[in-house]
Design a protein around this ligand. Structure first.
Ligand SMILES: Nc1ncnc2c1ncn2[C@@H]1O[C@H](COP(=O)(O)OP(=O)(O)OP(=O)(O)O)[C@@H](O)[C@H]1O
Ligand SMILES: Cc1ncc(COP(=O)(O)O)c(N)n1
Length: 284
């Protein structure tokens, strides 16, 4: 069985972070492991507390994983401090980790800041250059590229700039755009759009975590980057289209979505999503 490791923060409400990553990895057919960077006390309405682990303890978790069940892919989510980022980079290099997906989590859907200011610089210096693919949303891509993104041309320009500056592929996610939920992949000088109809679902807690974990799972299974993104986009459309509605704020998605339910009508990739997800379920 193929394996994946998530290095991220725990979300007590189960919608984002480590919990979303593990749910996604299991349903995408890989064995899931975790190295936890911080505990957060949060729910669908907000984050009330963050307790970081020490860099040494994070390193110890990674040592235990890599020296026993080596991950075929690694997903990195919330890492709030520069010292933790440096430790992750050191260990990934030591173990020559492959298929590294970096989701540069900065601000939660609920508005809480999940990264310290100096950690953004550490992210640029230590993690981006070793990433296989980086998955910023639009506000994160604006910070990393230093430019405003107000349309699809600017999305292409920003992704190109980040990719060239940090030598990694960039998937700029369009969930924060006004119209459709189209994501742009810029890799090795080429770009490709992954189109998605905007699903009328206010419960988007953990969409970024879920998408990056689904990409990591597919890379772990040996799919090429473009195919991994395509399959991950189908997965997120299915999970959002299942219209779970829990909690008082922006709620979590349904990872156990049922293909026979009516979600196909609601999600953008329609029949293709259904076929890809059926194929995925067969592989599991
Ligand atoms: N309403 C929606 N309908 C369809 N797809 C969506 C919707 N919202 C987000 N997505 C998709 O979900 C994925 C995550 O995108 P988004 O831009 O929301 O990331 P994010 O802001 O990092 O997520 P998070 O909410 O976890 O912070 C992308 O593939 C995006 O296109
Ligand atoms: C531990 C953790 N990691 C990531 C997010 C971002 O997810 P979202 O933007 O959907 O709140 C979060 N809220 N909590």
């Amino acid at each position: 069985m193929r394996t994946a490791l998530t290095i991220a923060g725990s979300d007590s409400s189960g919608g984002a972070g480590i919990q979303a990553d593990i749910k996604t990895m299991i349903t995408n057919g890989v064995y899931a492991m975790s190295a936890i960077t911080a505990l957060t006390a949060q729910n669908t309405t907000g984050v009330t507390g963050i307790m970081e682990v020490t860099p040494d303890f994070l390193g110890e978790q990674m040592d235990n994983v890599f020296t026993d069940i080596r991950p075929d892919a690694v997903k990195i989510g919330m890492v709030s401090s520069a010292a933790l980022i440096e430790k992750i980079a050191e260990k990934l290099k030591e173990y020559q980790a492959e298929n590294i997906v970096v989701d540069p989590v900065m601000v939660a859907t609920s508005g809480a800041k999940l990264i310290q200011e100096d950690a953004i610089e550490a992210l640029k210096i230590h993690l981006l250059p070793i990433a296989t693919v980086l998955t910023p949303n639009i506000p994160e891509a604006e910070i990393l590229s230093g430019m405003k993104i107000e349309n699809e041309e600017a999305m292409i320009e920003a992704a190109k700039k980040i990719s060239e500056n940090y030598h990694c592929a960039v998937l700029c996610k369009g969930g924060h755009q006004l119209n459709d939920a189209n994501d742009l992949l810029y890799s090795e000088g080429e770009f490709r759009w992954f189109y998605g109809k905007r699903i009328d679902n206010p419960n988007t807690h953990g969409t970024g975590c879920t998408l990056s974990s689904a990409i990591a799972s597919n890379l772990a299974k040996g799919y090429a980057l473009e195919t991994s993104v395509e399959r991950a986009k189908d997965y997120i459309s299915g999970a959002l289209g299942a219209m779970l509605n829990l909690g008082a704020g922006s709620g979590p998605m349904n990872h156990g979505f049922d293909l026979k339910s009516d979600f196909i009508e609601k999600c953008g990739n329609s029949q293709q999503t259904c076929e890809n997800v059926l194929q995925r379920d067969k592989e599991v």
